[in-house]
Design a protein around this ligand. Structure first.
Ligand SMILES: Cc1ncc(COP(=O)(O)O)c(C=O)c1O
Length: 392
C-alpha cells in the first residue's frame, strides 16, 4: 500500500511523551502546566445560556450558503464594529476552525510548492496545514530585545531584513499571529504599516491570525485589529470561537477580508467556490453564534483574570531562581528562560521527573533553554507545579 508523501509523518513517540506515558502508567502524579483547553480549566460555563440557542428553530433548516448564514456573519461584523472596524457581512466567510480557515486561504492562494512566510517562533500547527495543502513554509525571525522595563511592551520585533530576504518568486503570503503564540507579542503599529507596504509592493497577501486579540495582559490596553482601517495590502483576518468565546468544541471560526477593491472582489469570488465545495459549518452553531458572541465577556473576563493572577504567581516564584520570564503582551502562554540541562537531561525531562509537565521551547521553534507553560492552568495546580520546577 502506498500513501501520499504529505502524510509521511514521523509518528513515533518523542522521549518526553514516552516519559509522560510511563509516569502516568506507574500511577505517579503529573501536574500538567500545559493545559490550554479552556473547557478543562475550571471556568464557569453557563450551560443553559450556551446550549439553549442551539435549539433555535433555524437550526433545523438547511440553507447552503457558501460563506455561512447572514445572521451569523452579521454577528461577526458586529464583533469587528466593537473593535472599531467596518467589515460588512459580504466580506466574512465562516469556517469550522481557524485551521480550516488557513487551509481555505492556502488553497485560494497557492499552487503546490508555492511559499508562505511564517514567524519563528510560532505555533507548530502551520507545519501540518501547509504540508496537507502542499505549501512550503519559510520562516522569518522574531527578535527578542527587551529594553528598559517600560519599553518591554515591544520586546519582540519582526526582523524585516530577514523577512524581505526570505521572499522568493514563489512567495504568496505572509502570516502574522497577533498576538503571537507562544511569545505573546502584538504587531506594533509601525510593524503593521511596514507589513502592509511590503505586501502591497511585493504582491503578497497578508494573513493575520487574531484568535488571542482580546486577551491583552494589561487591562487598559485594547489592541487594534488588522481589520481596522484600509491598508494597501489584500488582508485576511482570522479568528474564531475557540479563543474568542473559549468554545473550541463548537467548531466555528471566520475569515474577514479587506483590501484593494479589484483584488478583494476576485479573492472573494474564488473563496466562495472553495467554501461552497465543503459547506462545512453546521446550522445549529451558526444559529447560536450571535448569542455566544454577544455573551463573550463572561468567559473573557474569567480568562483574563486567571491569566493575570497566574502571571503574578509565576513571577513571584521565579524571583531569585535560575529562570526568568520573557516579556509578553497578550495570549495564554508564558515563555521561560531556563537552564538548558539539569543533571545532563533537557529541562522539560528533568521537570517531568519531578512531576511537572512543561513544553520544551523547541516545540515552537524557540532556542534550547526555553520552556513554555499555559497561563490558563488552574491556579492550585500551577502553584504546586511551579514548586517542582528544577530552577532553585
Ligand atoms: C495562534 C493560533 N491559531 C489558531 C489556532 C487554532 O484555532 P482553532 O481551534 O480555531 O482551529 C490556535 C490554537 O491554539 C492558535 O494558537
Amino acid at each position: 500500500m502506498r500513501f501520499s508523501a504529505r502524510t509521511g509523518w514521523e509518528l513515533g513517540e518523542n522521549a518526553l511523551t514516552a516519559k509522560l506515558r510511563e509516569r502516568r502508567a506507574r500511577g505517579e502524579e503529573v501536574l500538567d502546566l500545559t493545559v490550554s483547553n479552556p473547557t478543562a480549566c475550571g471556568f464557569l460555563y453557563d450551560a443553559a445560556a450556551l446550549l439553549s440557542p442551539l435549539a433555535a428553530p433555524a437550526a433545523l433548516g438547511y440553507e447552503p450558503e457558501p460563506f455561512g448564514l447572514e445572521p451569523a456573519r452579521a454577528a461577526v461584523s458586529q464583533y469587528y464594529r466593537e473593535h472599531g472596524a467596518e467589515v460588512p457581512a459580504e466580506r466574512i466567510c465562516l469556517t469550522t476552525s481557524t485551521s480550516e480557515a488557513y487551509s481555505y486561504l492556502f488553497r485560494l492562494l497557492c499552487d503546490p510548492g508555492d511559499e508562505v512566510l511564517i514567524a519563528r517562533p510560532s505555533y507548530p500547527l502551520f507545519d501540518f496545514i501547509a504540508r496537507l495543502d502542499s505549501v512550503s513554509l519559510r520562516e522569518y525571525p522574531l527578535r527578542y530585545e527587551p529594553g528598559s522595563s517600560t519599553a518591554s511592551t515591544h520586546a519582540w520585533t519582526i526582523d524585516f531584513d530577514a523577512l524581505r530576504a526570505a521572499i522568493t518568486e514563489r512567495t504568496q503570503a505572509v502570516v502574522v499571529v497577533h498576538p503571537n503564540n507562544p511569545t505573546g507579542n502584538y504587531a506594533s503599529d509601525a510593524e503593521r504599516d511596514e507589513l502592509e507596504a511590503l505586501c502591497a509592493e511585493q504582491g503578497l497577501v497578508l494573513i493575520v491570525d487574531e484568535v488571542f486579540l482580546d486577551y491583552a495582559i494589561h487591562p487598559y490596553v485594547k489592541p487594534r485589529s488588522f481589520a481596522v482601517g484600509n491598508g494597501p495590502a489584500l488582508c485576511f483576518v482570522l479568528s474564531g470561537l475557540s479563543k474568542v468565546c473559549a468554545l473550541p468544541q463548537m467548531k466555528l471560526s471566520w475569515i474577514a477580508a479587506r483590501g484593494p477593491e479589484d483584488a478583494l472582489r476576485d479573492a472573494l469570488a474564488r473563496l466562495e467556490v472553495v467554501a461552497d465545495t465543503f459547506l462545512s459549518v453546521n446550522a445549529p452553531t451558526q444559529a447560536a453564534l450571535p448569542s455566544w458572541l454577544a455573551g463573550r465577556d463572561r468567559l473573557q473576563t474569567q480568562i483574563n483574570e486567571r491569566v493575570r493572577r497566574n502571571l503574578a504567581m509565576l513571577d513571584a516564584r521565579l524571583q531569585g531562581t535560575h529562570a526568568d520570564r520573557l516579556a509578553l503582551e497578550g495570549g495564554w502562554t508564558a515563555v521561560l528562560r531556563v537552564p538548558r540541562e539539569i543533571d545532563g537531561q533537557p529541562f522539560a525531562d528533568a521537570a517531568l521527573d519531578r512531576g511537572a509537565l512543561v513544553q520544551p521551547g523547541e516545540f515552537y521553534g524557540l532556542p534550547p533553554g526555553r520552556a513554555v507553560l499555559s497561563l490558563l492552568s488552574v491556579p492550585e495546580v500551577l502553584e504546586r507545579g511551579l514548586k517542582l520546577l528544577p530552577i532553585d
